[in-house]
Design a protein around this ligand. Structure first.
Ligand code: HGA
Length: 610
């Protein structure tokens, strides 16, 4: 969602801000803007639409300055207009960018209006600019005014503020939304995501909840929520610039689908090297935490919810522990019954997903102490708030529709299922060795599935003009049907639903006719014969079937039944391999419909608002 970048330097920072905003585009946004302090004045340019349009406007106005902030906005409060785009300015002196939502913005707006402040936008953000200005007018300096304002705000924010009366510093604050400081040589930066400043530095300080900071060209001072000066460690980011480039691919989604063999190999490396499933995969104290549990509760949203749904099958079957999976935004608002002996597992690619973070906080407030995060972004908020962590090593995922993050999450969750089995004495040495061999084979099997792309492309042409599609699966492959339907919806805008195949005759069969393509995930497993019966039910009603199966399953194409076979059966890890064809089907269908694959309408990458 929204992105922030800021810089203070001895050089013109406008190119740094523009480049940073371009690097943040993948997160999804609807407008962009920058504000700078130069020659004793605040100057601003904002545009709806792409960063390149705002860049052209800034170029035309000849913007150059040593201090500035920039923002990509994904509107939550107030429509997508230039007037609502950030930065927001108060009294022509201070400019501010904000990620998040201010929940008490109405009360603050009334209060500030009574004090004579005039609002120019419909955003919640503008109240912060006026609030800081108000505290300055009471005699506080910029930093103290920000800290006083932060105490009066409810909700979530990452903020960066500059002021023309204070041209040698930038002040920032963080609560509930990520923000980091980049350290340069005689120049410093701020960003919501490290990719925005990698062009300038890899040295970063992650701010913590409630922190504020003052950033000058030569120094960074950080304060905790109580206002006390604190030291926050410096990290060297290992995000590679290459992972942020498109290379020979047409879209990031295509690139990321094809990166899966590598991403999976990197993620399983530690298991293969140890030739064992060790609790230390989840942190050094993991054994003590995992040994005592008597169940698993998974909390996640979107695609991560589907990886959690696959994990439920694995965890119960392999470890014998009960496991439930719940949408984080539902869990966080219901009166849940907590069992502190359950392990809370949150799954989030970005580690910033607000609903998942809040569900984790809620679980802790109910008395849960055993928490594990499966996440792709080191040092992001959710892993930092969790006792145990499994980092997927998918590399930066730029396409809004998640692909390699999903399959690598599945590896982490599989490792959890097997590790729990081992700790519960349900895993013999032979079975452990067999699972390791399955993992070793996995990248190759995924590559074989990727090689099916030409066949899947020809199927995609048949989907181009469709308005609806059904996806069916059973057992551990049912969540893969859900993921396939979600991918198709997200990027091709074709309405797609997934059902457990056995559920068809309880309702959705009524939808089936010649215009309803039905995609079936039908690997050769114990449920294949059942799935075949369900396919007959579809065929008997004129439905056209598109079946993904394995090389060794004994059924073939016929009138109205199209079949693509993944080249080899991969046993327990089959859901991972069967994800590849549904990703490719969605991608090529979207391509032939001409949609914006990497930035589908209305969606954002890191969902940092409710
Ligand atoms: N609430 C602010 C910022 C929105 C945001 O952070 N989106 O991700 C607005 O609507 O402008």
């Amino acid at each position: 969602m929204c992105g922030i970048v800021g810089a203070i330097a001895g050089r013109d920072v406008v190119p740094v801000l523009i480049e940073g905003l371009k690097r943040l585009e993948y997160r999804g946004y609807d407008s962009a803007g920058i504000a700078v302090v130069v020659d004793g004045a605040v100057r601003r340019v904002r545009r709806t639409g792409r960063v390149s349009e705002m860049e052209a406007a800034a170029g035309a106005e000849d913007f150059h300055a040593p201090l500035g902030i920039g923002h990509t906005r994904w509107a939550t409060h107030g429509g997508v207009t230039e007037g609502n785009a950030h930065p927001h300015i108060s009294h022509d002196t201070l400019a501010l960018v904000h990620n998040g939502i201010i929940e008490n913005h109405e009360a603050q707006r009334e209060r500030l209006s009574r004090l004579g402040y005039v609002f120019e936008s419909q955003t919640d953000t503008e109240v912060i600019a006026h609030l800081i200005h108000h505290h300055q007018s009471q005699g506080l300096d910029l930093l103290a005014a920000l800290q006083a304002s932060a105490r009066e705000l409810d909700g979530a924010y990452a903020l960066a503020v500059i002021d023309k009366r204070d041209p040698d510093r930038m002040v920032v604050a963080r609560m509930g939304c990520p923000l980091l400081v980049g350290l340069g040589d005689g120049e410093n930066f701020v960003a919501s995501d490290v990719s925005a400043i990698l062009q300038a530095t890899r040295r970063v300080i992650f701010l913590e909840e409630g922190d504020t900071a003052e950033i000058t060209r030569s120094a960074v001072r950080v304060f905790d929520g109580a206002g006390a000066a604190v030291e926050r460690g410096e990290h060297l980011s290992d995000v590679s610039l290459a992972s942020l480039e498109l290379g020979p691919y047409r879209h990031f989604m295509q690139k990321e689908i094809h990166e899966q063999p590598r991403a999976l190999a990197d993620t399983i490396e530690a298991i293969i090297d140890a030739a064992a499933f060790e609790p230390t995969l989840f942190g050094k104290d993991a054994e003590a935490v995992l040994r005592g549990i008597d169940g698993v509760q998974i909390l996640a949203c979107g695609t991560s919810f589907y990886s959690g749904s696959v994990a439920r099958y694995w965890i119960e079957a392999i470890s014998g522990l009960p496991c439930s999976v719940e949408i984080a935004s539902e869990y966080r608002y219901r009166k849940a019954v907590a069992n502190p002996k359950h392990l809370i597992v949150t799954i989030s690619q970005s580690g910033e997903t607000l609903d998942t973070m809040e569900a984790l906080k809620y679980a802790k407030s109910l008395g849960h102490t055993r928490t594990l995060s499966i996440c792709n972004v080191p040092e992001s908020a959710i892993p930092r708030a969790s006792g145990l962590v499994f980092y997927t090593r998918a590399g930066a995922e730029i396409g809004v529709a998640s692909t390699k993050a999903f399959t690598t999450q599945l590896v982490g969750l599989f490792a959890l299922a097997v590790t729990l089995a081992k700790l519960n004495d349900r895993l013999g040495a032979e079975q452990e060795a067999a699972y390791i061999e399955d993992l070793r084979q996995l990248p190759g099997s995924v590559q074989h599935a990727l090689n099916l792309e030409p066949q899947i492309t020809s199927w995609a042409e048949k989907f181009t003009l469709k308005h609806h599609a059904l996806f069916l699966g059973r057992g551990v492959h049912y969540p893969i049907a859900l993921e396939g339907a979600l991918k198709l919806k997200e990027i091709s805008y074709i309405h797609a639903e997934a059902y457990p195949a056995g559920e068809l005759k309880h309702g959705p069969l009524a939808l089936v006719d010649a215009e309803m393509p039905v995609v079936v995930i039908a690997p050769k497993d114990a449920l294949l014969e059942k799935v075949k019966s369900n396919m007959q039910e579809v065929r008997a009603r004129g439905g056209e079937l598109f079946v993904f199966t394995d090389a060794d399953s004994n059924f073939s194409a016929s009138e109205g039944v199209h079949v693509i076979r993944t080249p080899r059966h991969v046993g327990v890890l089959s859901p991972i391999v069967h994800t590849i064809p549904v990703q490719l089907l969605a991608y090529h269908t979207a391509l032939s419909r001409g949609t914006d694959v990497d930035k589908p309408r209305n969606l954002a990458k890191s969902v940092t608002v409710e």
